[in-house]
Design a protein around this ligand. Structure first.
Ligand SMILES: [Zn+2]
Length: 734
C-alpha cells in the first residue's frame, strides 16, 4: 500500500516517491460502501431518514479491521452528493455532515487509500433538472434517464471531479459509461445529429438498418463512449497524475452493442479494468470467465472485479454465508484478479457488523494465500471471441452468439482443460502461438486479416477447432460467403433452418470416429438397436450447415430433424427438438495444413452446451476433438464437474500451482417466478472429492496447502488427491 505524500515532500524525497507504487498495483482486497435507497433515482429530497446514521468514520474503521487494502466510498449517485457540493443536492439525512471528509480523515490513520465511487450515467434529480443533457432515441425523442456523452455533460462531470479531488481522494471508480441496456437506442439528439452529419456527411438512421450507415452509426456510438472516458481520464490526470481512474466495464457477455462498449476499445481507458461478477446478474460459471475476459482485454493492466455481500443483489442488507463468499473470491484470485466487495448499507446508513466479520475472515485467507496467486497461467485452449460476430450476426439477440462462446468455456471448465480468452480486436499471431489449440466457436465473421494470422498459426503447428457457421457471414452479417476453404478443406453449401440437429459417429468406420466417440454410448450401441442407421444419433442443439469436402477427410454424419405437417405449415413451433430424419452431410472435417491441423464441426456442440440442451455427450464431443488435436498436453486433470481447476506456473518455472475450487451448491426448490429458472442455492458446506493430475514430465514432489488433504503417488507422472475443503492448492515440483 502507498503512503499519500504531499507534493512538496515528494520533491524533497524524490527517491522515495519514485520507488513508490500506485495503490492499485499491489492491492488485493477492498470494500465499496454506500447507502441503499436512492439507487433507482428520484427519491424524496425531504426524507431526512435517508443517511441519517451514515458514519463513514466507522465504515473506514470497520474496513480496516476487515483486512481491506483500500476503501471505495459512495460519493455521487443519480440523486445526491455524499459530500458538500455546490453542483449536486446533498443526501437529506446528512444535514451538516460531510461523509467524504470524515472518511479521508479516518483512512489517514491506516494509510488506506480512499477511492470515490462516482456515478456518470443514472436517472435521478440531476438529469431531471438538466434536460439539455438528455440522450435521444433514433426517432429524436428524449430518453429521460440517460445522458448524452456529446451534450456538454462532460464539463459538468469535470466540475464534480474538481469538487471531489479537492478532498484529496486517491482515485475514482466511475460507474458507468453505458448507453443503455436495450432499446431505445441513442443518441440522436440535435448535438449528435449535427456531429454525425459533419463527421460522415450522413443522417443518423431513424431505425435499425443493419447496413453501412448503421455500421457508421455504431462506430459513432462507440467513439462517443470512448472519447468521454478518455477526456475524463485526461482531466483527472492533468490535475493530479497520482489519482487513479477506473471505469466499470461492460464489454463482456451478456452486454452487446446496445451498451456502447467493445471488449478492448472500452476496456483500456483507465489505470486498470474493473468489472462485475455474481449470481445476481451473471452466473456461477462466468465468475472465472469474466476475470479472464478482462485480462485478455487489457493484458498490460491489472484486473479488478466487484462482487456483492448480499445474498440476492447489491441492494439488500443480507450477508452471504462465508463459504459462498470464499468460493467467488478464491475463483477470482486464482484467475488473477483483485477484488472489491460491495456493501450497501441500510436506508439510514447503518452497517451490519456481522458482514464485516465474515468478509474480514475471507480477506484474511486471501492475504495468507498471496504467494499462490498472480503467477503466469497455463493455457492449453484459446477460446476466440469476435465482437464483429456479436454485433452483426447476433445483432439484437446476442445470446445466440454468446451461447457458443460460453458453451465452449463450460466444456473446458467441466473437463479441467486450462483455457484462456482471445479477442478479435487485439489478437496477433504471437498471442495465438501461446496456445497449442484455438477454438473458434461459431465465429460468424472473420476478416481477411484474421484468416491470415490463423493460417500462419496452423502452418507453424497450431491446431484450430472450428464449429457451426464460423466464417459463413460477410461483415454486415449476411450469410453466404466462405473464405476458410484453404484452412478447413471444405466448402460451405447452405445453413440448416433447424437448430434441433443430430450427429452420429460409427467407431467401426475409422480410427478418427473411434477416438471422437470416446465415452459416447450412443456411438457404441449394437447397430441392430436402431434400424435406420448404424448408430443412434445425438442431439446437438444449435446452428449447423451443409458442407462438402475439398481436401479434408469427412467424418461422421449430420442429420436434420423431422418436421411435422403442422410445423411445415407454420402452425407449430420448433422450440422442442424433433427426432432425426435424414443425413444431410458429414459432421466433421479434418484437414492437415502445414504442421498443424484444422478440425471443423458442421454443427455446434459449443452452442448446445450454452443452451437448454446441454448434454454431457456434447461436451465429450468437443473435448474428444480437443484431445484428438492435442493428444499430449503438459498437464491433465480429472475431477468432478463441480470443481474448477486453475493451473499456474510456479515462479521458478519448474512445476505448477493447481488451484482446485469446489462449487457445492445444494439443490434448490420451486422458484416463486419464472419457473423452472432457478437461482442457485447459497454455498454453506465444504465438500470432499478426489482429483488426479497427470503430467508429461516426471513429478518430483506434490504437496497440499491444507493439512487434511491426502496425496497418493500413482506413478512418476501421476498423483491422486483426496480433498475435504472448498479450496485447495496442490504444488507440483518437476
Ligand atoms: Zn446526443
Amino acid at each position: 500500500m502507498r503512503m499519500w505524500i504531499p507534493f512538496f515532500v515528494v520533491y524533497l524525497c524524490f527517491t522515495q516517491w519514485a520507488s513508490s507504487t500506485p495503490w492499485f498495483e499491489e492491492a488485493m482486497v477492498g470494500m465499496e460502501v454506500g447507502p441503499t435507497g436512492a439507487q433507482w433515482g428520484f427519491s424524496s429530497i425531504n426524507d431526512e431518514r435517508y443517511c441519517s446514521k451514515l458514519d463513514t468514520t466507522e465504515i473506514v474503521r470497520k474496513c480496516h479491521q476487515a483486512n481491506c487494502d483500500y476503501v471505495v466510498i459512495w460519493v455521487r449517485d443519480g440523486d445526491y452528493a455524499y459530500y458538500n457540493s455546490k453542483i449536486l443536492i446533498k443526501a437529506p439525512g446528512l444535514k451538516d455532515r460531510d461523509p467524504l471528509k470524515e472518511a479521508i480523515e479516518e483512512a489517514k490513520k491506516y494509510n488506506m487509500p480512499v477511492i470515490a465511487y462516482c456515478v456518470v450515467q443514472q436517472g435521478g434529480h440531476y438529469i431531471e433538472q438538466h434536460p439539455e443533457f438528455l440522450m435521444h432515441d433514433l426517432e429524436g425523442k428524449p430518453i429521460y434517464h440517460r445522458f448524452c456523452y456529446n451534450s456538454g455533460y462532460l464539463e459538468v462531470m469535470k466540475q464534480i471531479i474538481d469538487e471531489i479531488m479537492d478532498y484529496g481522494v486517491h482515485g475514482f471508480h466511475i460507474d458507468m459509461i453505458d448507453q443503455g441496456f436495450g432499446p431505445p437506442y441513442g443518441c440522436a439528439c440535435p448535438v449528435c445529429k449535427k456531429m454525425f452529419q459533419e463527421q460522415y456527411g450522413l443522417e443518423i438512421p431513424t431505425s435499425i438498418t443493419w447496413d453501412d450507415t448503421w455500421k457508421t452509426f455504431l462506430e459513432f456510438r462507440y467513439k462517443s463512449s470512448e472519447q468521454f472516458e478518455k477526456k475524463l481520464y485526461e482531466y483527472i490526470k492533468n490535475r493530479d497524475p497520482r489519482v487513479s481512474v477506473d471505469f466499470n466495464y461492460h464489454g463482456n457477455p451478456p452486454f452487446s452493442f446496445e451498451v456502447g462498449q467493445r471488449p478492448v476499445q472500452h476496456g483500456k481507458n483507465g489505470d486498470f479494468i474493473t468489472g462485475e461478477t455474481g449470481i445476481w446478474g451473471f452466473s456461477a460459471l462466468t465468475v472465472g470467465l469474466n476475470a479472464e475476459f478482462y485480462r485478455s482485454a487489457v493484458p498490460h493492466q491489472r484486473v479488478q472485479v466487484a462482487i456483492q455481500r448480499g445474498v440476492r443483489m447489491y441492494h439488500d442488507q443480507t450477508t452471504r454465508p462465508l463459504n459462498d463468499i470464499r468460493w467467488e473470491l478464491l475463483t477470482l484470485f486464482a484467475h488473477g484478479s483483485f477484488v472489491t466487495m460491495v456493501d450497501k448499507l441500510g436506508f439510514d446508513g447503518t452497517l451490519d457488523p456481522v458482514a464485516y466479520t465474515r468478509i474480514g475472515k475471507a480477506f484474511q485467507e486471501i492475504h495468507e494465500k498471496k504467494p499462490f496467486f498472480y503467477h503466469k497461467p497455463v493455457y492449453e485452449v484459446g477460446i476466440y471471441f469476435s465482437s464483429k460476430t456479436r454485433d452483426w450476426v447476433a445483432r439484437e439477440i446476442p445470446s445466440t452468439y454468446f451461447a457458443s462462446f460460453q458453451g465452449t468455456h463450460k466444456a473446458m471448465v467441466y473437463e479441467h482443460i486450462p483455457w484462456g480468452i482471445l479477442l478479435d480486436e487485439n489478437c496477433t499471431y504471437e498471442k495465438l502461438a501461446q496456445f497449442p489449440l484455438v477454438i473458434l466457436p461459431n465465429v460468424g465473421i472473420l476478416s481477411s486479416e484474421e484468416i491470415t494470422i490463423f493460417t500462419q498459426y496452423v502452418h507453424h503447428g497450431g491446431n484450430l477447432l472450428i464449429t457451426g457457421l464460423t466464417g459463413c457471414y460477410d461483415d454486415l452479417g449476411n450469410i453466404g460467403i466462405y473464405n476458410l476453404e484453404q484452412l478447413t478443406g471444405c466448402k460451405f453449401v447452405s445453413k440448416l433452418d433447424s437448430e434441433d440437429n443430430w450427429i452420429s459417429l460409427e467407431p467401426t468406420q475409422s480410427k478418427e470416429e473411434e477416438q471422437l466417440s470416446k465415452e459416447i454410448e450412443h456411438a457404441h450401441i449394437n447397430e441392430k438397436d436402431y434400424k435406420n442407421s448404424d448408430t443412434m444419433p445425438v442431439l446437438v442443439r444449435g446452428p449447423a450447415g451443409i458442407f462438402e469436402p475439398t481436401s479434408a477427410k469427412a467424418v461422421g454424419k449430420l442429420w436434420k430433424p423431422y418436421r411435422t405437417q403442422r410445423q411445415i405449415e407454420g402452425k407449430e413451433g420448433t422450440d422442442l427438438p424433433m427426432s432425426p430424419e435424414t443425413v444431410v452431410g458429414p459432421a466433421i472435417f479434418i484437414n492437415q495444413v502445414g504442421k498443424g491441423m484444422v478440425l471443423t464441426w458442421t454443427c455446434s456442440p459449443d452452442y448446445a452446451l450454452g443452451s437448454e440442451y446441454a448434454l454431457p455427450e456434447c461436451r465429450k464431443l468437443l473435448v474428444n476433438t480437443v484431445r484428438y488435436l492435442n493428444p499430449n498436453p503438459d498437464i491433465q486433470i480429472s475431477a468432478p464437474t463441480c470443481v474448477e481447476t486453475i493451473v499456474l506456473h510456479k515462479p521458478e518455472n519448474n512445476g505448477y500451482y493447481v488451484h482446485c475450487i469446489a462449487y457445492p451448491s445444494p439443490p434448490q426448490t420451486i422458484p416463486m417466478r419464472n419457473r423452472p429458472y432457478v437461482l442457485p442455492s447459497l454455498i454453506e458446506d465444504t465438500p470432499c472429492f478426489y482429483l488426479t493430475i497427470t503430467t508429461l514430465n516426471p513429478i518430483q514432489s506434490a504437496t497440499a496447502n491444507n493439512k487434511t488433504t491426502q496425496i497418493e503417488k500413482i506413478s512418476n507422472t501421476k498423483i491422486k488427491a483426496f480433498i475435504t475443503e472448498l479450496h485447495e492448492i496442490i504444488t507440483l515440483k518437476q
